[in-house]
Design a protein around this ligand. Structure first.
Ligand SMILES: Nc1ncnc2c1ncn2[C@@H]1O[C@H](COP(=O)(O)OP(=O)(O)OP(=O)(O)O)[C@@H](O)[C@H]1O
Length: 286
């Protein structure tokens, strides 16, 4: 068992925002990134980035390889620090808060985290263990409510029939859904999804985009931030977009204003045509 914390359960579940067991924010501003610069050696990974996210917003971060998307998510999830500027998340300033207390309030699903899920872990355990922020179920005890919540999340993502399977036996698409269910286990106020559709075939991608679209439409869902390279992976119901290139913001704001062929072409460095059909997008070279 890899204990991330040894101080006890992070939250008693299920947890709603009116419960005294939940720590909730006092403002609607969930993310406040102000004039942030990240330098690593001679490289500037983020260059004077400003970004604000409110509780009811669903953001997509789009940009080419190396744009700084994961670097930005790492700052917001408390996994790294800026060289300059401030990062406030859920009314706490990174660098001045105990990140181990803050992290349960932030759900994160990423390729790096997925690699740490033990292959022989039953799927239901891979989700429920998020309540203790551990990987690999050990001697920690769970209440019936925890188990019910984990199964409920698997059902929400259409994989409840896989609850007793070993994680390693799942397809990539099924694993992605388990990772998101795990990220939601602590009833976070903010959910960060780093390329959730990467490596999925068309069917699996569409199934995931559909589930994320349902989550986006749910008024009780946390604030959502989804990182992708592809406009085709933007679920319906997403409201805002941040376009990044070479560590700098090209455009940021309401999806309808920001997601234009002109902004997308500037972001990816080639002339692009953008089409919209209902709540979905496609892009190709002009
Ligand atoms: N520790 C480091 N030292 C120097 N450069 C780094 C370091 N970490 C990341 N980089 C560089 O910073 C840039 C941004 O990386 P980041 O992973 O944030 O990009 P990204 O937009 O998520 O890319 P991708 O879409 O390919 O995942 C990349 O060019 C990467 O090589």
């Amino acid at each position: 068992m890899t204990a991330v914390t040894t101080t006890g359960p992070l939250l008693k579940l299920p947890c709603d925002r009116d419960s005294i067991q939940c720590v909730s924010s006092t403002s609607d501003l969930v993310i406040d990134v102000s004039d942030v610069v990240v330098r690593r050696g001679a490289s500037v990974l983020l260059d004077h980035v400003d970004w604000q996210v409110e509780l009811d917003e669903r953001w997509v971060i789009l940009g080419p390889n190396g744009a700084g998307k994961t670097t930005l998510l790492n700052l917001v999830s408390g996994r790294s620090h800026p060289t300059k500027g401030t990062v406030r998340v859920l009314d706490e300033q990174m660098g001045k808060v105990d990140v181990f207390e803050l992290r349960p309030r932030i759900g994160l699903a990423s390729a790096a985290l997925a690699e740490t899920i033990p292959g022989d872990e039953p799927v239901a355990d891979a989700v429920v263990t998020a309540a203790w922020a551990v990987l690999g179920r050990g001697r920690e005890s769970y209440e019936a409510m925890d188990e019910i919540r984990a199964r409920g999340l698997l059902e929400q993502f259409g994989i409840d029939t896989l609850a007793d399977r070993r994680y390693a036996t799942l397809s990539e698409g099924e694993r992605k859904r388990v990772q998101i269910a795990r990220a939601l286990m602590t009833d976070p106020e903010l959910l960060l999804l780093d390329e959730p559709a990467a490596g999925l075939d068309l069917g699996a991608r569409e199934a995931l985009v559909g589930r994320l679209g349902e989550l986006a439409m749910d008024p009780d869902a946390p604030a959502l931030v989804l990182v992708t390279h592809h406009v085709e992976e933007i679920p319906p119901g997403f409201t805002h977009a941040l376009l990044l290139t070479e560590g700098a913001v090209v455009a940021s704001g309401l999806l309808d204003d920001v997601l234009t062929a002109q902004n997308l072409s500037k972001t990816f460095g080639l002339p692009l045509r953008l089409e919209r059909d209902g709540g979905r997008f496609t892009a190709r070279a002009a």
